[in-house]
Design a binder for this molecule. Sequence first.
Ligand code: AQP
Length: 339
Amino acid sequence: VRRILSGIQPTGVPHLGNFLGALRQWVQLQDQPAQTVVYSIVDLHALTAHPPVPPATLRDSIHNSARVLLALGINPKKSILFQQSQVPAHTQLQWVLTCVTSVGWLNRMTQWKTKAGSSPADAAPPAALKMGLFAYPVLQAADILIYRATHVPVGEDQHQHLELARDIAKVFNTTYKTNLFPMPQAVSTSAKRIMSLTDPTAKMSKSHANPKSRIDLTDSDSTIAKKVRGAVTDSDPTVTWDPDTRPGVANLLSLYAACRDLDPASLPEGELKGVVGMVNLKKKVAECVVDTVRPVRDEYLRLGGEVGYVKAVLEEGNARARAEADATWEMVMKAVGMK
Ligand code: AQP
């Protein structure tokens, strides 16, 4: 039986990169028979943001993330939608996993190295960096393993962390001579990493300071058009697929392709044949992004009048997730000898 788990950080409003890289797939996966599907708003992970997210903002982001997830089609009858911090077994398991995870493994994590800003791979990270950021992938492994998940739909940027979760599962099983944790495997979309509109060499990110760098799933049609118009490209007016030399144009083509389920390399000689000039390309891209975002945003706005419903969905999800997670925690305590 498949057990599916994934999560999203409430560090802001989910954006188009989250949607095309992961969330769209969350919706599709919940329609298959005989499986357990668990989707988490991972607020404990959001505490690793620096500077910290102000409490009132975090509270709003948790609620708004739930609203966006419901708006894009997560169905609480088919999936358990819950808030991570309300299920204590995540952090309980994290501690146990921390005790079998090597510091060397965590030091190799690209996200840690990027966020730590230590570009030479062997440079020591600044001492003021927080333990939470370093241990983030262990909590992520606990998020997955506490549901004994077999399938994890995540964007390409998270594959290294998932690989680590498998290593941690393996070392736990070996250390405690058990087969408690199955090896979780990634489920990927064809949309790879969606890049920032203002810097096509960095990924589109919720927590980036410049809101023009991303398209939020709650943006109006005119905001989307404005952001796409402002996207960084280059001075060549032709439309070609050259991710290495023309990353800005490639990112626009990737967006178009992902929204329409096409191969981006095929666009210059296919659907976008004859399009010349960045203004024209951006018009085309804005149109298809608007078509993709509009239904989600409209439902999000409608759910603004249903605060009680959104809260009730999370509360019920929290209780169901606790039951699932506590069952695994019992098994972990027995395997380790705490019970
Ligand atoms: N740019 C992206 N392109 C494709 N997929 C992406 N994902 C994130 N950014 C992109 C995927 O979205 C899911 C949820 O992400 P997350 O909230 O757990 O954390 P993140 O990867 O750190 O996303 P952000 O938006 O960059 O958040 P911040 O700024 O808070 O760090 C994941 O499956 C991720 O792969």
